[in-house]
Design a protein around this ligand. Structure first.
Ligand code: SF4
Ligand code: ZN
Length: 142
């Protein structure tokens, strides 16, 4: 049975091969990360579906993540590793985007961190802007 969010999945309108071909990994990731409004739901559903899947058998790009990246998210969650969402890793020059931006939202998803309300709102704003203008540039600059 189809879930409500699946009806809003960006990839529905595209050739699924984009998400499964090794030639189009960058394109698939960009579509998931920058334009899909249900990335978060997709990540949760994919991790649940793959819970019994061997790490090396996680095929395709989902929620902007490769199989290896999803395996890392799953491992991180299993280990309940504490993740400092707004603290730069030691030695990294640029501080990460603060919560309440779409960059931070995407970082939460990449790292398997819980998404807070401020970041979810920022992502929704960026998506609404994209729907209105065809571009997320104004938001991603923040
Ligand atoms: S995040 Fe990517 S794979 Fe998931 S529903 Fe959206 S476009 Fe499809
Ligand atoms: Zn956040």
């Amino acid at each position: 049975m189809e879930r409500e969010w699946e009806l809003r999945a960006l990839c529905r309108g595209y050739d699924p091969e984009i998400w499964f071909s090794t030639e189009t990994v960058a394109q698939a990731k960009a579509l998931c990360m920058q334009e899909c409004p249900v990335q978060e739901e997709c990540l949760e559903a994919t991790l649940a579906r793959e819970s019994q899947t061997a790490d090396t058998s996680r095929a395709g790009i989902f929620a902007g993540l490769t199989g290896a990246q999803r395996a890392a998210v799953a491992a991180e969650r299993r280990g309940q590793l504490p993740v400092a969402a707004t603290t730069a890793p030691p030695g990294s020059g640029r501080p990460p985007a603060p919560c309440g931006t779409r960059s931070a939202y995407n970082r939460h998803l990449r790292k398997g961190e819980p998404v807070d309300a401020a970041c979810r709102a920022a992502n929704n704003r960026a998506y609404a802007e994209y729907r209105a203008t065809g571009s997320t540039k104004a938001s991603t600059r923040r």
